[in-house]
Design a protein around this ligand. Structure first.
Ligand code: ADP
Length: 162
């Protein structure tokens, strides 16, 4: 069984995250999309809201081998628990590269058997981030096409109330 983990904050999930999830789902028997419970990042959406939204997207998109769970603590511990040999991440600009390079070094140090693979963001989504979506949504901007359609209204309504 080839098992992958796609970790992130997903605060909230965007169409860019969905692209990566779809691509990764073709490579693995099971792909876990793992929502980090990280209070230091001060997320807008609770971990329950984020996982519930991602689960809706998985069903709507019919990605049968994707499973959404939340995790706390070290990613490599979660990956070991799930029997995963690969971590999946997305790369947009060079700024992502700097950050990913550091995280990769830490994860390699902790667990050299788990490898990280990277998918390049599609050009049309390379400037899309959860923080853009949060900012636009908060001020009532239209986020159609930036987040998966099945969770768009939930995200817009929630951001307006923020
Ligand atoms: P984190 O806080 O771990 O960076 P994010 O939810 O911001 O969590 O991102 C999770 C992963 O998805 C990261 O690898 C990030 O580079 C990638 N990602 C974010 N937005 C996009 C996008 N528009 N296209 C492709 N990958 C993306």
């Amino acid at each position: 069984m080839r098992i992958g983990i796609y970790p992130g904050s997903f605060d909230p999930m965007t169409i860019g995250h969905l692209d990566i999830l779809k691509e990764a789902s073709t490579l693995f028997d099971t792909i876990y999309i793992a929502v980090l419970c990280n209070s230091a990042k001060n997320p807008v959406f609770s971990v329950e809201e984020r996982t519930e939204m991602i689960r809706k997207v998985i069903v709507a998109e019919g990605i049968e081998n994707a499973v959404c769970e939340s995790f706390d603590g070290l990613l490599v511990d979660f990956a070991r628990k799930k029997g995963a040999s690969f971590i999946v991440r997305g790369l947009r600009a060079t700024s992502d590269f700097e950050y990913e390079f550091q995280i990769d070094a830490v994860n390699r140090h902790l667990e050299p058997r788990i490898k990280t693979i990277y998918f390049m963001a599609s050009p049309e989504h390379s400037f899309l981030s959860s923080s853009n979506v949060r900012e636009m949504g908060h001020w009532g901007g239209d986020i159609t096409g930036l987040v998966p359609e099945v969770i768009r209204t939930t995200i817009s309504e929630r951001l307006l109330k923020k």
